[in-house]
Design a binder for this molecule. Structure first.
Ligand code: GAR
Length: 203
């Protein structure tokens, strides 16, 4: 019988959400899963340093080297199988995955998005662009969402959401930081534990 779900975290950049998961693990807040692999499509991603610092295996399939998306996805799937991954976490992974890929991990893949879905999500809404759009629309409340990944970009069932206030004088950068600190870094580790726990029950 499995006693922990092996988790892979896919990142393209800084990896602060990866760090939040690793810190939660160290603090004993993720009892049902363990981060076993970090995958990046960007060889320069600082997330890879964070993984190495935590002694976690890494796999890199750089977008500039493996240019064909199908080939890149096949390589990622190979690494996930090799490491016997039971849950895939997209944490700042900036490539939209194909329907074939999402099917492979249906119900076993989650994503963090920096807005309250269904606002400011879907193709073209990623990173700072999400916060630029929220400020341009003049919303007073934004936040973050963790959801299951399916073939619709940012369209899978919602797991957790947390609201964050927009403040007078916010820039996309200040808003991004507040959404990360007050919402993303809290709900992503919580969702990892929730989903791993549920997956363990099914295993
Ligand atoms: C995070 O804000 C994450 O929610 C967002 O990119 C940032 C990555 O930061 N993801 C998306 O926009 C996906 N559509 P991180 O690398 O420091 O975790």
């Amino acid at each position: 019988m499995l006693n922990k779900i092996r988790v892979a975290v896919l990142c393209s950049g800084g990896g602060t959400n990866l760090q939040a998961i690793l810190d939660a693990q160290t603090a004993g807040k993720i009892a049902s899963g363990e981060v076993a692999l970090v995958v990046s499509d960007n060889a320069g991603a600082y997330a890879l340093e964070r993984a190495k610092g935590a002694g976690v295996a890494t796999a890199v399939f750089d977008r500039r080297e493996v240019r064909d998306r199908t080939q890149r996805e096949q390589a990622i799937l190979g690494a996930l199988r090799q490491h016997k991954i039971g849950l895939v976490v997209l944490a700042g992974f900036m490539t939209i995955l194909s329907e074939a890929f999402t099917r492979e991990y249906e119900g076993r893949m989650i994503n963090i998005h920096p807005s309250l879905i269904p606002s400011f999500c879907g193709p073209g809404f990623y990173g700072l662009k999400v916060h630029e759009a929220a400020l341009a629309r003049g919303v007073k409340v934004t936040g973050a969402t963790v959801h299951y990944v399916n073939e619709v970009c940012d369209g899978g069932p919602i797991i957790l959401q947390k609201a964050v206030a927009v403040e007078e004088g916010d820039t996309p950068e200040t808003l991004q930081k507040r959404v990360m600190r007050q919402a993303e870094w809290q709900i992503l580790p919580q969702a990892v534990e929730l989903v791993c726990k549920a997956l363990l029950k099914k295993a």
